[in-house]
Design a protein around this ligand. Structure first.
Ligand SMILES: [Zn+2]
Length: 268
């Protein structure tokens, strides 16, 4: 892999780097937690998704064994973040809604733990070279998740955030938009309407239990976003039903060759 400027890495990335992580399969969060004095145990939990019990310089992390493996991994990252960052504040009991890759913006210990966990599972220094030359699509997010053992949601968010192409991740439920994440390449005037267009494949997927994943489609950007700058643009979109009534979509703005060239400069 190319040379890494360790000084520019984020705190969780530096932690991985110190443990010699140079490939996705090297990321062993249980071993890191154990070495940091916070061994991880998996057990059925009631009323929370994961917890951290701290006593002095030692701690114990417990993760709900009833969740999917990628979900458990994100929870380990989240609790490890509390231990590395917030240990002075004592223990944590974290609910399902606290531990979610889309919740990284609020100024709270939970949001910061999610951002930290996202960097532990999908560190930029490994993701950036991985996404080079790949399309910003749900299919790519799925592969990213497989290679890094991360959930599809966490992988789609990371892919979009690190992509040079203007792109968004959207999550819809029957009542409309549940949450969305866009990258900095999206025009500033972009507004994401709360109502899902009936012309999208996602519309049918929110309301019935037909196909699980739609085919990639090229369609007017206006079906997904409202923006003066994108009023004649097209997007490539693809949607997947995560669970009943919950549909995740990745859209990437189709660019002309010249515009694509301008956007291809690597970002950090
Ligand atoms: Zn938490």
């Amino acid at each position: 892999m190319s040379a890494i400027d360790v000084e520019r890495l984020s705190e969780p990335e530096r932690l991985l780097w110190r443990y010699g992580v140079t490939r996705p399969e090297h990321i062993d969060l249980d071993a890191i937690a154990d070495d940091q004095g916070a061994p991880v145990r998996y057990a059925p939990l009631c009323g929370c998704e994961a917890r951290l019990v701290a006593i002095g310089k030692r701690a114990a992390i417990t993760v709900n064994s009833g969740c999917r493996p990628e979900r458990q991994r994100f929870s380990v990252g989240h609790e490890l973040a509390h231990w590395m960052r917030d240990r002075h504040t004592g223990g944590f009991q974290c609910a399902q809604e606290d531990i979610s890759p889309q919740n990284v913006k609020a100024k709270s210990a939970e949001a910061e733990a999610n951002a930290y966990a996202s960097q532990l599972l999908l560190p930029n220094y490994l993701v950036d070279p991985w996404i080079q030359g790949r399309k910003t699509s749900l299919e790519t997010a799925k592969q990213l998740g497989q290679d890094f053992r991360a959930s599809l949601t966490a992988s789609a968010i990371k892919l979009v955030k690190r992509s040079a192409v203007a792109a968004c991740v959207l999550c819809h439920k029957p009542h409309g938009l549940s949450w969305s994440v866009r990258n900095d390449a999206m025009p500033e005037d972009t507004y994401i309407p709360s109502e899902l267009s009936y012309e999208t494949a996602a519309f049918g997927m929110v309301f019935d239990d037909g196909e699980r994943m739609s085919r990639p489609a090229v369609e007017p950007a206006s079906r997904w976003v409202s923006s003066q700058a994108l009023r004649t643009a097209e997007v490539e979109s693809q949607s997947v039903r995560l669970s009943e009534g919950v549909v995740l979509t990745v859209i990437g703005v189709k660019t002309s060759a010249a515009a694509a060239k301008r956007q291809s400069a690597p970002r950090r």
